[in-house]
Design a protein around this ligand. Structure first.
Ligand SMILES: [Mg+2]
Length: 348
C-alpha cells in the first residue's frame, strides 16, 4: 500500500504554533521584497485567511485590504525554522515506515505494506511530538494516496481499498488529478471529458494524437484504472548543513563556538540517522555587511558522527577572526564528502 502525507498549511501552521496568542487569527506568511513596507507576495495563509479569499501568490497589499487588522497577523517567511521542522518530520516518518521519499518541504510519499495500520499512528506521533496536524491518504496506488490526502484536508485521514480507489478517481474531476495541468484540463474539457471516467469515451489513439504518446498513454491508463505506483526517487544528498542567527552580532569565540556546537549536534543527528561519515568540515560566517565567508578543512580519514571535532572548529573560527575584523551575524556548519559507514567498516 501507498501512503501520502501532506502537512496542513505548513508555514502558516508553524507560525500559529509559535504564537499561541494568535489562536483564531488570520495568519499570513509573506515574502517581503523590501521595496516598500507592503511590497511582496503572500506565501501561505491559514484556513481562516483562505475563507476570506487570501491565497498564495497574492500581493501583500491586496491581502491587507481583505484582512481585518485586529484579527490578522502578517509575518515574514522564516525558511530556517520551516526547514528544521521538516527535518524533524522526516525523522519521525523514516523511523516508522519502510520506503520513504520526501516529495517537498511538507510532503512525503511512502510505500509500506502496513501503511493502513501506520497511518493513524504517524498522525499521532506528529501531533504529540511537534504539535502539528497533517492529512494522510492511503491507497493501493500513490496517485490514489495523494488524492485521498488532499480530499481529507485539513487534519484528515482517508484510506481507500482497491475498488473505493477506482471509484474515487473515476468520479474525480480532471483538475483534481495531480499531473494534469490546466492546459490539459482545458483541452480535455473541449472534447467532452470533465471527469476521469469520461476519458474512457476517448480512444488511446486520439489521446496520443492530441497530447503525445507519453501523456496520451498515461491518460488512457488513468481511465483504465492503472494508477501510478512510482513514489519517485530521492536525489542523493551530498552535504548536510545548518545555519543559525546569533542572538547579537559578535566576535566572541566562546559565543560563536557554543552556537556552532548547537548546529553541529543537529547536523550530526542527520549523519547518524543516514549512516554517513564525512571528510570535509566547513564553517560559514555571515558578517555584518551580509557577506558570506567560508573556512574548510578536510580529513584524510572519514570521520564518523561521534568523533569530537571541537579542536577543528576552534581552529577554523580563530583563523577567520584573525583575517577579518567585522562582527559576525550568522554562523553555519557544513559536513560534506560523504562515505557510507557500512562500507567504511568493510574498508578499514
Ligand atoms: Mg501541505
Amino acid at each position: 500500500m501507498y501512503l501520502h502525507l501532506d502537512m496542513d498549511y505548513f508555514f502558516a501552521q508553524l507560525e500559529e504554533k509559535r504564537r499561541p496568542m494568535a489562536k483564531n487569527k488570520i495568519i499570513v506568511v509573506c515574502v517581503y521584497s523590501g521595496r516598500t513596507e507592503d511590497s511582496g507576495v503572500v506565501s501561505t495563509v491559514n484556513y481562516l485567511g483562505r475563507e476570506i479569499g487570501i491565497h498564495s501568490g497574492m500581493p501583500i497589499a491586496f491581502a491587507k485590504k481583505r484582512a481585518p487588522p485586529a484579527d490578522s497577523i502578517f509575518v515574514p517567511i522564516d525558511r530556517e525554522y520551516y526547514e528544521q521542522t521538516s527535518l524533524r518530520l522526516d525523522q519521525i516518518i523514516r523511523r516508522s515506515c519502510d520506503r520513504v521519499v520526501q516529495a517537498s518541504i511538507d510532503e512525503w510519499n511512502v510505500e509500506d505494506k502496513n501503511a493502513i495500520d501506520k497511518a493513524a499512528r504517524l498522525k499521532d506521533s506528529i501531533k504529540n511530538e511537534l504539535g502539528l496536524t497533517c492529512s494522510v491518504g492511503v491507497a493501493p496506488s500513490i496517485l490514489g494516496a495523494k488524492m485521498a490526502a488532499s480530499k481529507s484536508k485539513p487534519n484528515g485521514l482517508l484510506i481507500l481499498d482497491k475498488s473505493e480507489e477506482r471509484r474515487f478517481i473515476d468520479e474525480s474531476s480532471l483538475e483534481k488529478v495531480p499531473g494534469i495541468g490546466p492546459k490539459t484540463v482545458a483541452a480535455l474539457n473541449q472534447i467532452g471529458a470533465a471527469k476521469v471516467k469520461d476519458l474512457r469515451n476517448i480512444s488511446v489513439v486520439t489521446l496520443a494524437e492530441i497530447f503525445g504518446r507519453k501523456t496520451g498513454g498515461w491518460l488512457h491508463n488513468l481511465s483504465s484504472g492503472n494508477f501510478d505506483q512510482d513514489i519517485g526517487e530521492e536525489k542523493p544528498q551530498d552535504e548536510v548543513s545548518r545555519i543559525g542567527t546569533l542572538k547579537e552580532s559578535t566576535r566572541d569565540s566562546y559565543l560563536l563556538l557554543s552556537k556552532l556546537t548547537e548546529l553541529e549536534n543537529e547536523a550530526k543527528e542527520w549523519l547518524m540517522n543516514m549512516k554517513k561519515s564525512y571528510k570535509t568540515l566547513s564553517i560559514t560566517f555571515i558578517t555584518e555587511d551580509l557577506k558570506t565567508h567560508t573556512k574548510s578543512t578536510s580529513f584524510r580519514n572519514p570521520k564518523s558522527w561521534n568523533e569530537d571535532i571541537s579542536k577543528d572548529m576552534e581552529a577554523l573560527v580563530s583563523e577567520f577572526l584573525s583575517e577579518n575584523n567585522m562582527e559576525i551575524r550568522r554562523i553555519g556548519i557544513r559536513f560534506a564528502n560523504f562515505m557510507d559507514m557500512d562500507c567504511q567498516t568493510t574498508l578499514f
